[in-house]
Design a protein around this ligand. Structure first.
Ligand SMILES: N[C@@H]1[C@@H](O)[C@H](O)[C@@H](COP(=O)(O)O)O[C@@H]1O
Length: 253
């Protein structure tokens, strides 16, 4: 696991966007896993800037969301489908059919989950998965106690996650109670993982993910099993890492 600690959130976005841009330059038809939430927004804006100002071709990407709320149709501005239209498809010049999102309004949600796994497989698997991390250590919406080998499925959101995400909604009760999320096993199959975290409120989760035991109480700790994972954090998010700022024994491994 590579851990990169940088002074500010802006530095995190710039560095992570550089990692993604280098992969896209080498492989324009990259299959890119796109996280939602606030953490990756700076990456998407920097990639869009490089498209506008430097001619980076993003039009051949195929993108897959990590997760979606159950019960929010794609035209609801709070849905992750809408987020990805705003932050990824439109600014990247990508047609809508190149951005895949689990269907959280289908009556048969288990069927929607299986179809989503199938669509990732048809695309040839995810080359590079961008990840954020929840304050409780979740990735995607895999809440604590998710099976480390789980696949895309319906899950109830924890009270903490609903409270954390209430800031994106008009009222706390508007936050959906359930989601469809790629599983931890699904995420581990991506060929490369890139997790970004900014701010002190993520420090505990980052420390548990990077230095804690691999344990269901911190779903992101499963990333320790992946052979090609980079974690890019600002100093605030790194503040509880015992080894932050030191040469890590396995850096780059
Ligand atoms: N489902 C999303 C995750 O994919 C995201 O990485 C995480 C952190 O969110 P944020 O980046 O807004 O802090 O929680 C959200 O609920």
């Amino acid at each position: 696991m590579d851990v990169v600690v940088l002074p500010t959130a802006a530095d995190v976005a710039a560095h992570a966007a550089g990692v993604v841009a280098d992969r896209i330059a080498a492989q324009p038809a990259l299959v890119l896993g796109v996280a939602t939430g606030s953490s990756p927004v700076g990456i998407y804006r920097e990639l869009a800037r490089r498209r506008r100002e430097e001619g980076l071709d993003l039009s051949r990407l195929e993108c897959f969301a990590l997760d979606e709320y159950v019960g929010l149709p794609g035209h609801d501005p709070h849905s992750y489908a809408a987020y990805l239209r705003r932050e990824v498809a439109d600014p990247f010049g990508l047609s809508a059919e190149r951005v895949h999102v689990p269907d959280g309004v289908r009556a048969d949600l288990e069927g929607a989950a299986q179809d989503y796994e199938q669509s990732i497989a048809v695309a040839g698997g995810i080359d590079l998965q961008i990840l954020g991390i929840g304050t409780n250590g979740h990735i995607g919406f895999n809440e604590p106690l998710s099976a480390l080998s789980s696949r895309t499925r319906v899950l109830a959101l924890s009270a903490q996650t609903r409270a954390d995400n209430a800031r994106f909604f008009d009222a706390p009760d508007d936050v959906p109670t359930h989601c469809l999320t790629q599983g931890l096993g699904t995420i581990l199959e991506a060929r490369q993982l890139l997790l970004v975290a900014q701010g002190e409120r993520k420090a505990q989760a980052v420390a548990a993910a990077v230095e804690g035991p691999v344990a269901a109480r911190c779903p992101a700790s499963v990333l320790q099993f992946h052979r090609r994972t980079t974690i890019v954090v600002d100093e605030a998010a790194a503040s509880r890492l015992a080894l932050a700022g030191h040469e890590r024994p396995d850096a780059g491994a």
